[in-house]
Design a protein around this ligand. Structure first.
Ligand code: IPE
Ligand code: IPE
Ligand code: MG
Length: 248
């Protein structure tokens, strides 16, 4: 396969869902209402991605740094995840969606972890789009856990330091087996990665859209996919040479 690819539809789209709080503030509502509305945008995004032929959709739902928010908001976000899995798991399963969860599972509330495991197990054999939920996820934390796993293998004599390759690292990340994101998209106009998929995003196309997450409709998503299709990815190589025209 050529190193230079132009894929009309990205196989893997990863989204930093940002702007729920500002959406609520703009309406004089509590932030929690923005998060609630954000869940509706999640449902629409999964369907849009599946319909467009995207194979993996990763959604950044809660970062390892979001614990810094007021306790009430943290608990609200946990409650919303719980509600989403409870209410939507059966529908997602029926729609052949496969669910994977990335992020640190240690320290998650005992009423959350079993639900996440249930969602993964129930949908394990599905063959449609994979919905990757990044929950209690931080790329540096993920990498530190992967390095720890490598160090244990070296200490136990299962791996020699000179055998450590980028593939060994990828295989120990939470995203093992999932292709790198082709497109990382962030809503709300903020232009930063906020500790999201730092290793996997090495060659991702980055896109920042002004819409706040609750306003991320099917049309906004489809127009982002169109903009992606116009991008040229080189992976360190060169653009394809224009064909020599006879007589020129
Ligand atoms: C994104 O919206 C949702 C999460 C981070 C969980 P925010 O809550 O960050 O909304 P803003 O950025 O304050 O508007
Ligand atoms: C990133 O958004 C995390 C999620 C979308 C879950 P934040 O709103 O937490 O990011 P910062 O703090 O503005 O960088
Ligand atoms: Mg934010």
């Amino acid at each position: 396969m050529s190193k230079i690819q132009s894929r009309p539809v990205p196989a893997h789209v990863a989204i930093i869902m940002d702007g729920n709080g500002r959406w609520a503030n703009a309406r004089g509502l509590p932030r929690t209402m923005g998060h609630r509305k954000g869940v509706e945008a999640v449902r629409e995004a999964v369907r849009t991605a599946g319909g467009a032929g995207v194979r993996y959709l990763t959604l950044f739902a809660f970062s390892s740094e979001n614990w810094r928010r007021p306790e009430e908001e943290v608990s609200d976000l946990m409650g919303l995840l719980k509600m989403f899995i409870r209410r939507d798991l059966a529908d997602l399963h029926r729609e052949n969606v496969r669910i994977r969860v990335i992020g640190d599972r240690d320290g998650l509330r005992s009423d959350i972890l079993p639900l996440l495991v249930e969602a993964e197990e129930t949908t394990w054999n599905n063959t449609g789009i994979t919905l990757v939920i990044a929950f209690n996820y931080g790329a540096r934390d993920e990498m530190a856990r992967a390095v720890r796993a490598l160090a244990i293998d070296v200490a136990n004599g299962r791996l020699r330091p000179e055998e450590i390759t980028p593939a060994c690292i990828s295989a120990r990340l939470d995203t093992a087996g999932i292709p790198d994101p082709d497109l990382i998209l962030r809503t709300s106009g903020e232009e930063r990665l906020s500790n999201f998929l730092l290793w996997q995003g090495a060659y991702s196309e980055l896109m920042f859209v002004p819409e706040l997450w609750p306003d991320f409709t099917r049309d906004v998503f489809l127009s982002a996919l169109e903009r992606y299709a116009a991008r040229e990815r080189r992976f360190g190589g060169l653009s394809p040479q224009p064909r020599a025209v006879a007589g020129s």
